[in-house]
Design a binder for this molecule. Structure first.
Ligand SMILES: C[S@@+](CC[C@H](N)C(=O)[O-])C[C@H]1O[C@@H](n2cnc3c(N)ncnc32)[C@H](O)[C@@H]1O
Length: 249
């Protein structure tokens, strides 16, 4: 807890993120990952490989943008920084370690930005304007971000409103990615499965709140909460999917 409190203080974030719970969630994800580093490793490697495969479709000069860069655990940053002239990491918050890595690589910048452009008040949810007119952007990847757009933003709402607002945020992000003038890769949670004591799936949740996506290029399992994280009888896994280029899917 003490470590998380220090990280909360040391992390650079958009000011609303300190009040909205986004920064607390950002710090909590890092703590969860410390507890389940081994279980998460296959997912992180698959995410990195999917981003690199998608990046093969892009012209290598110019700028690559990683949305939801977070703690960089699922982002092949070094390989991307060798391939593109500039990398822009986008998130509502950046830990000191991420800013240090960016400085060391030299062609990486950390951009604190709300990709929905609707937070925190959610008065109007529309496709954001960010990057749309940036002719130097050659590749964009949204990495394990899509379902997170709904999670924190709708936490205080009743279920019906949370599902409607969550779906609107997700669909706006997808519409915005589809209209980008460069390949737009997406790595996202497609389904959440809760497993009971015998290891069989006892419940499935839709993290996309009904939003529809094209068939993915690849799927895999992320053991996000092995038994013991929630309780001794249950575990949670995500079915993760990758689409190499949403602009032509
Ligand atoms: C599940 S994490 C992604 C994992 C991350 N790539 C990593 O390796 O740590 C989701 C990330 O999306 C970010 N995020 C959530 N909502 C966002 C928003 N509206 N705009 C920008 N980033 C957001 C979170 O801060 C978090 O870092």
């Amino acid at each position: 807890m003490l470590r998380e409190a220090v990280e909360w203080l040391a992390t650079s974030s958009l000011s609303f993120a300190r009040r909205s719970g986004h920064l607390s969630e950002f710090v909590a994800i890092a703590a969860r990952r410390r507890r389940h580093r081994v279980a998460w490793a296959p997912h992180e490697e698959r995410s990195k490989a999917a981003v690199l495969r998608a990046a093969d479709r892009a012209e290598t000069s110019g700028i690559a943008v990683i949305l939801g860069a977070g703690h960089l655990n699922d982002v092949p940053l070094r390989a991307l920084s060798e391939r593109f002239a500039t990398i822009r990491l986008v998130d509502v918050a950046f830990a000191p370690a991420t800013r240090r890595v960016a400085r060391t690589l030299g062609n990486v910048t950390c951009v604190r930005h709300d990709v929905t452009e609707s937070l925190p008040d959610l008065a109007e949810i529309t496709a954001p304007s960010f990057l749309r007119d940036d002719a130097d952007v050659r590749f964009v990847a949204s990495v394990n971000l899509l379902s997170q757009l709904a999670v924190v933003a709708t936490r205080q709402m009743d279920d019906v409103r949370a599902d409607a607002v969550g779906r609107a945020l997700i669909e706006a992000h997808l519409a915005w990615l589809r209209r980008l003038p460069c390949p737009a890769a997406l790595v996202f949670d497609r389904s959440i499965e809760i497993l009971g004591p015998s290891g069989t799936v006892i419940s499935r949740l839709d993290p996309l709140k009904g939003a529809e996506l094209p068939e993915p290029d690849e799927t895999w399992i992320w053991d996000i909460a092995p038994r013991g994280e929630i309780d001794v009888d249950h575990s949670v896994r995500h079915i993760v999917a990758a689409i190499d280029d949403l602009t032509c899917a």
